[in-house]
Each structure stands twice: as C-alpha cells, then as structure tokens.
Design a protein around this ligand. Structure first.
Ligand code: ZN
Length: 293
C-alpha cells in the first residue's frame, strides 16, 4: 500500500492542506486563509490531526524567501518576507513538533516544479523549468529529480530585463521597481492599465507586452539552464492565448541559435501549461513528502 502523505501549499493569501498518496488519490483537502502565523499554522496542524490517520510525512511548499540550508540556524524558516508578522517564522519545527512526523520544506515554485516532474508535464525530463506568473513571479528548476537550491534558492521573478521601447511604467517591485515581477506580475498589469488583468480582452496591448517580457525571460532561462521543458503556471497563464505569443517571442529572440528550438513545432511541445493546474502546489508538496520516506 502507498504511504499516506501530507501536503501544505503555503501561500500569502491562502494555505492548501491535503492528505493522499498521489494525484489520483487525494483523500482530503482544505483551504485556510492566511492570517497570522499562529492562527494559520494551528489551522494547518488541526487539519492533519482531524484525519482518521496521520500522514507518514509532510511536504511544505512555501512562499518566501525561505531558508533551505539544513545546517543553518534558520533552516525551515520563512525569512525576510515583507508579509506582516511572518518574518522568521519557524515553519518546519512548528509542524514537526505538532504532528511528530518528518517534514520536508522547499519554495512554492520548486515544489510545483517537483510535482510536474513526478506527475505532470515534466515526467520525461531530467532538467525542467517551472515558472509561475500570478500575483508574483517565481521559478523552480529540477535537475535529475532534485530542485536547485544553492546559495538560497533561485529568485527568477526578480531578473532584470531590457525595457520595451514603448513602456514607461515605473514598475512596482518594492525592492527593484522594474524587475520582471515589477513589470509583469498580476499587480503590475493591474497598475499599468488600471484594470484587473482578467478583465482585459485578448486583443488588449497589455497581453502583447506581457508576452514580450515573458518571452525574453524564458529565452534567458533557456540559455542559462538548458531545460528540456518549460512549464508555465499561475493565474496569469490562465490566459491561454499567451502561450502562442510567448513561443513566438522565444523563437524570434533565439533567432535560430538553439537547436531543436529553431523549429516552431518543437516549441509547441516545449513551452507548455502546467499539467497539474491549480493542484500543482499541493501535489508537489505531497511529492516532496514522499522524499522523506
Ligand atoms: Zn524585484
């Protein structure tokens, strides 16, 4: 029998907790509004304690920045987040002590990448890139089944890009102004055009500009990591029409340089939507839990 796994997708506005053995066997799932750490973490623990059986391990995919160094004093903490009350929250120890099971911890996007690698659109890849474009932008890279950590963890949302000639929007990242997230995340689109992104029609110039910035970003990431697939998720990527435009931007920008991406048909199967969709975070966390066993 497969091990019962616990999962926490920890986001800035909501937590999603689940238990199950995999994508076809999610036995319970609960959404919890993110308030204070005390309230939110207790609600997450209560979810597991209320189940008929405790999971054998728990995986957490968290908003960040987070400390992933096992030998660090702050391992398992959310660190310097600007989110009120959450800076230096000892996430892992709280969950471990409350339910007495092994806990594994990673960034929300690394965990999403892991979910796609194990059960989604990256199953046949040894190197894959997952990029989430929503209220923030973040990316995770998997190499041979393992998310890349390093110094801290990748922060692809804050890459610097050349500005589009017609774009005079100042950007809205509190740290960098016009980094990728400051130019192209949901709040940036809303602020630049004065409308919620989901209310903008497909032919609105917002989307051509969005595809331009995401296409540049993905081109840079292809050149940096040589992924075998690029998987795009997050609320902004619900705009299905962006995929074709992003592929066209990447094709133009690479300009015949990286084979076999010179072939437009190859790009159709190379830059793809998340196969796990809205469940990618929580399923990725479940897969991360499995690595503890
Ligand atoms: Zn930034």
């Amino acid at each position: 029998m497969s091990a019962l796994l616990g999962a926490i997708e920890a986001g800035g506005t909501k937590f999603v907790c689940a238990v199950g053995t995999g994508p076809d066997d999610v036995r319970a799932i609960r959404r919890i509004r993110t308030t204070t750490p005390q309230e939110t973490l207790k609600a997450a623990v209560d979810f597991f304690l209320e189940r008929p059986r405790l999971p054998e391990a728990v995986g957490i995919g968290s908003f960040g920045p987070v400390d992933l160094h096992l030998d660090s004093h702050h391992y398992g903490h959310i660190t310097t987040t600007p989110k009120a009350g959450w800076a230096y929250t000892d996430f892992v120890r709280y969950i471990e002590q409350a339910i007495d099971r092994p806990v594994r911890f990673d960034t929300d996007v690394n965990v999403a990448a892991l979910g796609e690698y194990a059960w989604g659109a990256g199953r046949d890849c040894s190197v894959l890139l997952y990029l989430s474009v929503g209220t923030g932008i973040g990316g995770g890279v998997i190499v041979n089944g393992t998310p890349v950590h390093g110094q801290t963890h990748p922060e692809m949302g804050h890459l610097s890009l050349p500005r589009a000639a017609e774009d005079d929007f100042a950007g809205c990242c509190p740290y960098h102004g016009d980094c990728l997230e400051g130019l192209a995340a949901g709040p940036a689109i809303a602020k630049r055009w004065g409308r919620a992104p989901e209310s903008l029609p497909e032919d609105h110039p917002a989307w051509a500009l969005e595809a331009h910035y995401l296409g540049l970003t993905i081109t840079n990431l292809i050149l940096a990591f040589s992924p075998e697939r690029v998987i795009l998720g997050g609320g902004i990527m619900d705009q299905q029409h962006l995929f074709g435009r992003i592929r066209a931007e990447v094709h133009n920008r690479l300009n015949g340089y990286v084979s076999p991406l010179t072939d437009r048909n190859v790009l159709n199967g190379y830059i793809v939507p998340s196969a796990l969709g809205t469940r990618v975070g929580v399923l990725g966390a479940m897969r991360l839990a499995q690595s503890a066993l």
